[in-house]
Design a protein around this ligand. Structure first.
Ligand code: KIV
Length: 273
């Protein structure tokens, strides 16, 4: 059984995440993209479920997060929401839905909220997206920022290497984090940056900072659920801890099924009418 099943079954809100930061309680966040997985993740005590645009990679097999559409994100988020009782559900705004025009961004944000029932949205970027973030917040929608290695900008970066190792990029990240906190974001994901920088940023703002490959000094951690369950073989960055090897578990189970069918061992007499 799960090692940490929460006794507090109240719905997680952005306000409760803020209290967790204040009291030094760590925040556990994982992705989910469908109803069945969301039920497991929520039931195991995860505080925040991210319907990440990493669905583009894990669910659709794309190389990047860029191809996933707003309709596809809405489908995933709506399925997740149906499986969740306690966790705060955050949905990624996909590439192209908030970068062009802040008015467009708020229209897309409202559509995602209305059609999915999720609790909040996540957008990638710093000062350049503040006008869009502000309008979305003004519409009453909680926003989470995402800085560091922002996968929607992978073509600009040209590499998945650690970000903000140089002073200039680190300085921009610090001021982006302050700008996102000042405008009213309820949290920020920091992806693949030096632990020391993430620790500084965590101390410099009063909103929760959730790290992925950003060290233990953050207020919480997020991983892609398929990665931490070992459902894909090809992805092993240094920051990833695998808690299971489901690729092998599932392959063995399915292999046994195939062999039972072929050897006339399934179904047996008790498995038929
Ligand atoms: O899309 C995603 O899964 C994410 C996490 C990596 C934070 O943004």
């Amino acid at each position: 059984m799960a090692g940490y099943l929460v006794d507090d079954t109240r719905k997680v809100t952005t306000h409760r995440l803020f209290e967790m930061k204040q009291s030094g309680k760590k925040i556990a966040m994982l992705t989910s993209y469908d109803y069945s997985m969301a039920q497991v993740v929520d039931g195991a005590g995860v505080d925040v479920i991210l319907v990440g645009d990493s669905a583009s990679n894990t669910m659709a097999g794309n190389l990047t997060t860029l191809p996933i559409t707003i309709d596809q994100m809405i489908y995933h988020a709506r399925s997740v929401v149906r499986g969740v009782n306690r966790a705060l559900v955050v949905c990624d705004m996909p590439f192209g839905t908030y970068q062009v025009d802040p008015q467009d961004a708020v229209r897309n944000a409202i559509r995602i909220m209305q059609e999915t029932g999720c609790d909040a949205l996540k957008l990638e970027g710093g000062v350049e997206i503040i006008p869009a973030v502000k309008l979305i917040l003004d519409a009453g929608i909680p926003v989470m920022g995402h800085l560091g290695l922002t996968p929607q900008s992978i073509n600009k970066f040209g590499t998945y290497a650690v970000r903000a190792k140089e002073a200039a990029e680190a300085e921009k990240l610090r001021s982006d984090a302050l700008a996102l906190a000042d405008v009213g974001c309820f949290g920020i994901v920091l992806e693949k940056i030096p632990a020391k920088l993430a620790n500084e940023v965590t101390k410099s703002v009063n909103i929760p900072i959730i790290g992925i490959g950003a060290g233990g000094g953050c207020d919480g951690q997020v991983l892609v659920v398929h990665d931490m369950l070992g459902m894909n073989k090809g992805f092993s960055p240094k920051f990833l801890r695998r808690y299971a090897n489901l690729f092998e578990v599932m392959t063995d189970a399915i292999g046994n099924y195939v062999s039972d069918v072929k050897n006339c061992n399934f179904p047996n007499e008790n498995e038929q009418y």
